[in-house]
Design a protein around this ligand. Structure first.
Ligand code: ZN
Length: 227
């Protein structure tokens, strides 16, 4: 990917950040500073963002390392403001393999959440989920719901989310691969439409996600058609 720099190499896989990711860091720092007026708050915001993206990188490593078990290498993992992208050299075509590779990412976030819950419980600082928001509590307290969110968000059954691949893999056990992709893509577009509709009346961010899902579904459908 153009405009991205390698920051580390772990388990033979390059970890890169995209230039636009730096913009997000600056934006978070500035917006925390504007609302609180202190540099400490800005630093806190940035540390939280970096911890969040560390979880995202671990999620991508979940995909990459399970894919490796099926002989599929990963060229690199790139961090974008919208999340991480693991560039697998190819997608597993056996439904069972695709299912495991797709589920590995969200599973990593569930494991992180479980570990955080144990640590917080052991230190007596585990709170009810309803009392947690992204702007209060300690770093670990805030990372717990975020990891639950990452797992659930990625399991939405729509491309380009992992849930879209899970849906296709499950469908591909019963029908032909191209057809399974077509059905999964249509399901994704229906979900995108519902998100968009809800977003129009509530949160503009949902409209953005809806567009993102809609394009992802269309792209996946056309890619498999070409193949
Ligand atoms: Zn994923």
């Amino acid at each position: 990917m153009k405009w991205s720099w390698k920051i580390a190499r772990v388990a033979g896989i390059d970890v890169k950040i995209h230039a636009t990711f730096l913009l997000i860091i600056i934006w978070i720092g500035v917006s925390y500073y504007m609302t609180s007026g202190t540099l400490a708050a800005a630093a806190n915001g940035i540390i939280f963002l970096l911890a969040l993206f560390l979880c995202v990188v671990l999620h991508e490593f979940g995909h990459a390392l399970v894919a490796r078990r099926y002989g599929i290498q990963t060229a690199d993992i790139t961090l974008l403001p919208i999340g991480g992208v693991a560039r697998l050299e190819r997608m597993p075509e056996k439904p069972d393999e695709e299912l495991r590779v797709a589920l590995a990412g969200p599973a990593v976030n569930l494991i992180i959440a479980a570990v955080l819950a144990v640590v917080l419980y052991a230190t007596g600082s585990l709170q009810g989920l309803t009392s947690l928001t992204q702007t209060s509590g300690s770093l670990l307290q805030r990372l717990l719901p975020v990891n639950l969110f990452l797992a659930l968000f990625n399991l939405i059954p729509a491309f380009p989310m992992d849930g879209g691949r899970v849906a296709r893999a499950l469908l591909a056990k019963r029908m032909e691969y191209t057809q399974a992709t077509q059905v999964a893509a249509t399901l994704g577009q229906v979900i995108a439409f519902i998100f968009g509709l809800i977003g129009l009346f509530s949160n503009p961010f949902l409209v953005f996600i809806a567009l993102f899902i809609y394009m992802g579904a269309a792209q996946e459908a056309s890619m498999v058609q070409v193949k």
